[in-house]
Design a protein around this ligand. Structure first.
Ligand code: ADP
Length: 396
């Protein structure tokens, strides 16, 4: 640099000397140096101007994106691609160095030869859909779309459809078998006829319950079940839930009681909260042996009201506790089906509680099980009060 600047300094000095009576200054080397520096500056500015739209374009792409030069190095990258590179900067690195994927490196090589490539690659714990598109200048556009969440959702949906089909097939097969036996002659024997009609009725009930639960889940998930949050007296809702479970409880001689004090105001959707408590009480009745009891109670603390449904049943082994809120997860599938369970009750509970901005959990030991639901407290509703506009929310 100083070598270039020297002629300019020398020219200034020579000019000063000339003006103080010295010989005529030779300015040619200085002019030449300035000329070449100005040319270089112009070249750079032009390159920057040329690359500006390119950079804007890359920045606007929501995926990790970059341009790979003919030499196989990233020449331009957006911040998402920089984020993938080991040092946080992709420019100057090869596709292999940025992605640590031999497959992408090979695909980039083929794309530089003119063949577009599209592949799905796992990098670390994430899955990427990779596009490599040859461009006219001989460079390649590299795009990496993170499809991890989508792939997980696809797998969950596939599992769900398989499970639901399996659950639906069981009662349908039982109904078809019973009908066939009736038609084959059992219809004419009153005792046999009763047995098989019973099977049809029981399995039709099961089908009805299953489709109801599946529809509820799908309505909650697709947000068609609009949740309207307003002050709700949990004591009132608990009483209604208890009444709904009264008959099965009586049949099993299970004592149901509520200890929720009147005026336990929570911010909730009354219908959704009732559904939650009914599902929890229904489970308590289903899994508690005859002569046992179940109780709804409330406690306030830490800015929450916690409603509990506790039973004197056999409890749930620790290793199952984390999974029982999953769809179709059952500790004992035979037992659950036998008592009319669909395996969806707790999944519905979890979704409905979360949709109301609450939390749900379970504690269990040999002395029974306690499910709890934490909801925000609310000021009592004044008579005739309507919820404020905007309070009707759907869950996310
Ligand atoms: P199900 O229709 O099978 O009852 P849920 O989603 O409601 O489905 O419950 C999932 C599983 O959790 C049940 O199959 C059962 O094994 C267990 N479970 C739920 N509630 C209780 C309870 N109160 N006591 C013991 N086990 C329970």
């Amino acid at each position: 640099m100083s070598l270039f600047r020297d002629p300019v300094l020398a020219a200034v000095r020579a000019l000063e000397e000339e003006l103080s009576g010295g010989p005529r200054a030779d300015l040619a080397p200085a002019v030449e140096t300035l000329g070449s520096l100005l040319l270089e500056r112009e070249g750079r500015l032009r390159a920057l101007e040329r690359e500006q739209p390119e950079r804007e374009l890359l920045a606007a792409i929501p995926d990790a994106a970059g341009l790979v030069s003919r030499e196989g190095k990233v020449r331009a990258a957006n911040s998402a691609l920089d984020g993938l590179a080991p040092g946080g900067r992709a420019v100057g690195l090869t596709a292999m160095e940025v992605t640590r994927s031999g497959e992408i490196a090979e695909a980039a090589r083929r794309a530089l030869e003119g063949t577009p490539r599209r592949l799905e690659v796992q990098i670390g714990r994430r899955i990427f859909l990779v596009h490599l598109a040859p461009l006219v200048r001989g460079e390649v556009l590299l795009l990496l779309r993170d499809v991890t969440e989508r792939r997980i959702a696809d797998a969950t949906r596939r599992d769900f459809v398989a499970n639901a089909s399996h659950e639906l097939r069981t009662p349908v097969t039982a109904i078809a078998g019973a009908a066939e036996t009736l038609l084959a002659g059992a219809m004419n024997d009153p005792v046999q006829a009763r047995t098989f009609v019973d099977i049809v009725a029981r399995n039709a009930d099961r089908l009805a319950q299953l489709t109801r639960d599946l529809l509820d889940l799908s309505r909650i998930e697709s947000r068609q079940w609009a949740i309207r949050l307003e002050p709700v007296d949990a004591a009132e809702v608990a009483r209604r839930a208890l009444m709904a479970c009264d008959e099965p409880a009586r049949r099993k001689r299970i004592a149901l009681e509520t200890a929720v004090p009147d005026g336990t105001w929570v911010r909730a959707d009354a219908r959704a909260l009732e559904h939650v408590l009914v599902n929890l009480l229904d489970n308590a009745v289903k899994y508690t042996p005859e002569g046992g009891s179940a109780r709804v109670s409330a406690a306030a603390g830490n800015g929450r009201v916690t409603l509990s449904v506790a039973d004197t049943g056999p409890g749930i082994e620790r290793r199952h506790l984390e999974r029982i809120f999953e769809r179709f997860y059952r500790v004992d599938p035979g037992r659950s089906r036998e008592s009319g369970g669909t395996g969806l009750g707790l999944a519905i509970v979890k979704h409905l509680v979360q949709a109301q901005g609450g939390e749900v959990g379970v504690e269990s030991g040999s002395a029974g099980t306690r499910f709890w639901v934490g909801l925000p407290p609310a000021e009592p509703a004044r008579p005739g009060e309507v919820p404020l506009p905007g309070e009707a929310v759907t869950h996310s």
